[in-house]
Design a protein around this ligand. Structure first.
Ligand code: SF4
Length: 146
């Protein structure tokens, strides 16, 4: 009977910035190089409003990190039909193709005018989390304004 291989277990101090309420301090348990658990960072209890603990959302970060279905590249919709029962047919594309596609569309909008015939903006954008402060976006708002 063979003995099981020794596991290397580490606790890595880190922080969660999963939402605009962060950053919040935590510790990540790492077993043989794989993150397995989110734990409080007790060492930060005296300096952190959350006493070194994260909220419940942060406990999903391990699954998020290793989810085999996570998005790893820009995705392009290939089905022009839209509707509740339509498969969007997303396919992964290169960053070059994604940026060239967006640049071409923005140049076209600029040439036609930023507002449509109804006076509404031709460009709309969403960035995921609600209420993401402008200060988190670097120069991106300036780019959009231009
Ligand atoms: S611990 Fe919760 S509240 Fe804090 S940054 Fe992460 S998700 Fe947001």
């Amino acid at each position: 009977m063979s003995t099981p291989a020794a596991r290397e277990i580490r606790s890595v101090p880190s922080y969660c910035y999963n939402c605009v309420a962060g950053p919040d301090l935590m510790t990540v348990r790492v077993e043989n190089g794989v993150a397995t658990r989110i734990e409080p960072c007790h060492a930060a209890a005296a300096i952190h409003p959350g006493l070194g603990r994260v909220c419940v959302k942060a406990f999903g970060l391990v699954q998020k990190t290793y989810n085999p279905h996570r998005v790893l590249a820009p995705m392009k919709r290939t089905n022009p039909r839209k509707g509740r029962n339509e498969d969007p047919g997303f396919v992964a594309i290169s960053w070059d193709e994604a940026l060239d596609t967006i640049a071409a569309r923005l140049r076209d909008i600029r040439a036609r005018g930023l507002l449509d015939d109804a006076g509404l903006p031709r460009v709309a954008a969403t960035f995921g989390h609600g209420g993401t402060p402008q200060s988190y976006m670097g120069t991106f708002p300036a780019f959009l304004s231009a």
